[in-house]
Design a protein around this ligand. Sequence first.
Ligand code: KG4
Ligand code: ZN
Length: 397
Amino acid sequence: MRILAIETSCDETAIAIVDAEGDENEARFRVLGNALLSQIDIHKEYGGVFPALAKREHAKNLVPILIAALEEAELLQEDTQEMPTETHDAVAKLLEREPGLDEATLEFLKETEPPEIDSIAVTAGPGLEPALWVGINFAKALALAWRKPIIAVNHMEGHIMAALAHGDERELVIAQTKLPVVALLVSGGHTELVLMRDWLSYELIGRTRDDAVGEAFDKVARMLELPYPGGPEISRRAEALRASAANNTAHTTPFKLPRPMLHEDSCDFSFAGLKTAVRNVLIAHGDLSEDDKGALAQEFENAVTDVLWKKTARALEQTDARTLAIGGGVSANTHLRRVFSERIAARHDQVTLAIPARALTTDNALMIALAAFYRARRNHTTEVAALFANGNLALAS
Ligand code: KG4
Ligand code: ZN
């Protein structure tokens, strides 16, 4: 089955094309094309993702990204197409609220042969609704013009599948996954622990009561006057300090931050207090030196990792989980990856740790294609008229 997947839930415009085969015991994915354009440099100026700008950028980038993905997959065939007026009008209507994308799409459709694909997958949520809508309307337009079914994908399910996949940028396999899976989902918008007893069936076992962990990274970075997105920058500073501390046994960190809800008897999280604690340190100390910023970044990362670990360990103990999957942008974090790998090996040897390859940690369309295959196998296709963006789409409640 050949799937073309579209992702526009936040600040990445991405399209991937895969050939997928197999079943839930062993699914194989050949990556034919994988194109992605990050808007990070544009949003940097605002210190965060600005939804109206994200929407405009997606509208501008979708056709070029589609062409890049099709070209890479050797599926781009230029040829003048007859387009029935009915199709033309329907496509124009679907894209009337995406300035620029309507003309670009119509022009593209009139000049290219429909590619050999079986279905079109698109992220339906969660995410920024204006951004989601651009991808969804584009998917609808392609589905209509090419007469292909649409598969609506939950972005978080994509993050789980990316964690469970092994392989490289050309070939991915999801095989021998031991169920149940506990998934720790840590991104800019989400922090939750989800139990998957059977494929595609989810129970929420813990969630943040306020900020998402990626959001906390980004906000703390902003307080430290570090560039957006804050996660990678905090990680870089903290890792540099750990490396130098390893050569200097006298090293102690001058800051101590709380571990919110660590001892509370639940799998829920809270990160707003941690953010406030960082602010209080800054108020108490005035301007921090670069060394002190590094030390605070390190203590923040330690506090976050302690809490994430404790709650995840609790979730593993409460369930008979055989796999721990970590998904979402924060799963790129070096310290978190190291701590979880060591502790799973030392304390939970019945549990297999599944962490995404670094390229699959932050948002991409390949993860949407992986999840779409599982949905397509169960005939979970969506009617064009019934497909809409849901910024708060939940995996489980
Ligand atoms: O999954 P993702 O790309 O987008 C959402 O769906 O939200 O996650 C983005 C988040 C941002 O908050 C970013 O700061 C964080 O992931 N992030 C990191 C790292 N790389 C990205 N956080 C900590 N350490 C990192 N290395
Ligand atoms: Zn994400």
